[in-house]
Design a protein around this ligand. Structure first.
Ligand code: C5P
Length: 227
């Protein structure tokens, strides 16, 4: 099979984005970080001085704004109405409010339909929380990637430090990850859940290269794709 879709879901900081980017690079596929889209809406909400609880106003704003995702070798660049927000959407202020905004039905409806458009041509590696369950239920490959909370906090800490956005301490990150996991798992609409047909991978004691290789191996076995 030439082109197929890969869904990678899992809790915060499990390494989904890094893994998805590498897998996409190896296959020549497009990588889509859907968390960045929820973060982009949250950025705009802050810009406009709205409160994250103002569901109706937040939904109206999301309908008016334009989100662009530009794939780059070093990661996905994110633009909101022409402004590059790639770095800013990783800040603590955005991270604090994003899950609340991602729990609104109107926001999910809007972003999921954009994500489904992106996946319609196939050849997409998409990461998020509901990709295998709602966005691409027919994805040929589904992965549910996890790791222990402390390992995930440490990874995210290093990632943020190396990209110069180290505004959160390790213990703040650990608390944030636990809080968002709970919120994402308990929300009413499209909660974070492993799709019944997703392969569970615990990356706690695996390197990025090992996880990527395992996923590429799965692609070969299941759809004859990959290296
Ligand atoms: O992946 P990331 O940590 O950047 O996602 C930020 C937040 O966006 C998550 O904690 C979750 O609340 C929300 N999200 C979601 N569905 C997705 C991707 C992210 O609800 N597909």
């Amino acid at each position: 099979m030439d082109k197929f879709n890969i869904a990678i879901d899992g809790p915060a900081g499990a390494g989904k984005s890094t893994i998805a980017r590498h897998v996409a690079g190896a296959l020549g596929f497009i990588y889509v970080d859907t968390g960045a889209m929820y973060r982009a809406v949250t950025w705009k909400v802050h810009q406009e001085g709205l409160l994250p609880q103002q569901e109706t106003e937040v939904a109206a704003l999301a309908n008016r704004m334009q989100i662009e995702l530009i794939p780059r070798a070093e990661g996905q660049q994110v633009f909101v109405d022409g402004v590059d927000v790639t770095k800013e959407i990783r800040s603590k202020a955005i991270t604090d409010d994003v899950s609340q905004i991602a729990s609104f039905g109107a926001i999910r409806h809007l972003l999921v339909s954009l994500q489904q458009q992106m996946a319609s041509t196939k050849g997409v590696v998409m990461d998020g929380r509901d990709i295998g369950t709602h966005v691409m239920p027919d994805a040929e490959i589904k992965i549910f990637l996890t790791a222990s909370v402390s390992e995930r906090a440490e990874r995210r800490f290093k990632e943020l430090q190396s990209s110069g956005i180290g505004t959160m301490t390790l213990s703040e990150l650990e608390q944030d990850i636990a809080r968002r996991d709970q919120f994402d798992q308990e929300r009413e609409i499209s909660p974070l859940r492993r799709a019944h047909d997703a392969v569970l991978m615990d990356s706690t004691s695996m390197t990025i290269a090992e996880v990527v290789d395992e996923i590429l191996g799965l692609c070969k076995d299941k759809v004859g794709g990959g290296k």
